[in-house]
Design a protein around this ligand. Structure first.
Ligand code: PBG
Length: 338
């Protein structure tokens, strides 16, 4: 048995190596110096689920570490998040009464509206975004109003969305984020906001939103699983990419300020393509199922959670996302600061 040094010297001709990428990986300082992409916590948005009552913090079984919060607890949580350096939260209302017309969605004293008012008065600097959809408010769990055949009626749904958007804007919501995937909703909302003088209200549209199984835990959290059927007549087919660009461009034409790709992990190619095709900020939503998978595997000790989270987050930056909506925002800020 010859020693290794002798073997290498004799048998490996290295004269062909002209480039040595390892030089730029040689130390932590060198890696920091040449890093191409960085996680930007200033672009994080933390989703929050708002429920009725006071002093309520309800754990969500499939999303360990995330709780549904009453309005007082939501404000408390926002204070903590803001003190950690977070810039923005995304509110979801989870009412305990639902009906066919999603009435509580456009109640001026609904959960999102009251929560937004209280957060903005306590923390005027914190950006309040609100998811605008009907699935948390309808008794059938679909994202719109149904017609006689049980289909989601696009244009009637627009009327409800517009009503709700106006109540959100009046409550001080900074960013309205329609996630219903009805055709034309961005244009309808933009016009109604402008007509009422809310030209400052920003629209972040869930532009390229796929009909995804990754929303499973969210539907437990928001109590919004459709009672029948699925969302494939309004959310996108996961096999389509050109259509995602079309959706993003349509929403921008209709007045979207920010366009989103959702989910994130299985759609990195879409994030990149949208980033290259548009000149607006691009957001991505690191959804509930992506969160739950990491938590479940980490609980079993199969993966190292904090490293996995940081790797995912830098991946979204590399794919081109300016804004990342993630349930890991608080955890990241606790570990690294803003
Ligand atoms: C509302 C909405 C959903 C999500 C965000 N807004 C659920 C759905 O479309 O079924 C999913 C978010 C997540 O999974 O974290 N339509």
């Amino acid at each position: 048995m010859k020693n290794v040094g002798e073997l290498v010297r004799r048998k490996v001709d290295t004269s062909y190596i002209v480039e040595r990428p390892r030089r730029l990986r040689a130390s932590a300082a060198m890696r920091d110096l040449v890093r191409e992409n960085r996680i930007n916590p200033e672009g994080f948005i933390q989703p929050l689920f708002v429920v009725p009552g006071s002093r309520v913090r309800q754990p969500i079984a499939s999303m360990p570490g995330i709780e549904r919060l009453s309005i007082d607890e939501t404000v408390r949580e926002c204070r903590e998040l803001a003190s950690l350096g977070l810039r923005a939260v995304l509110l979801f209302g989870v009412p305990d009464e639902k009906d066919a017309m999603a009435s509580l969605n456009y109640d001026p004293n609904g959960l999102v509206q009251r929560a937004a008012r209280e957060i903005k008065s306590a923390l005027p600097e914190l950006i309040v975004a609100a998811d605008l959809c009907n699935c948390e408010y309808t008794d059938h769990g679909h994202c719109g109003i149904l017609d006689e055949r049980g289909d989601v009626d696009n244009d009637r749904t627009l009327e409800v969305l517009v009503l709700a958007a106006l109540t959100y804007a009046r409550a001080g919501v900074d960013i309205i984020a329609p996630s219903d995937m009805m055709d034309g909703r961005v244009g309808a909302i933009r016009r109604a906001l402008d007509a009422d003088g809310y030209y400052r209200s920003t629209i972040m549209s869930y532009a390229s939103k796929y009909a995804s199984a990754f929303y499973g835990p969210f539907r437990d959290a928001a109590d919004s699983t459709p009672a029948f059927g699925d969302r494939r007549t309004y959310q996108m087919d996961p096999a389509n990419a050109r259509e995602a660009l079309r959706e993003a461009l349509l929403d921008i034409d209709e007045g979207a300020d920010i366009v989103m790709v959702k989910p994130a992990l299985a759609y990195m190619d879409i994030i990149r393509q949208v980033r290259d095709a548009v000149d607006r900020p691009v957001a991505t939503y690191n959804v509930s199922g992506e969160y739950a998978m990491v938590k479940a595997a980490a609980e079993r000790g199969w993966i190292e959670e904090s490293k996995i989270v940081d790797e995912m987050l830098v991946g979204f930056a590399r794919a081109g996302a300016d804004i990342v909506i993630t349930y890991f925002a608080k955890d990241y800020l606790r570990r690294h600061g803003a």
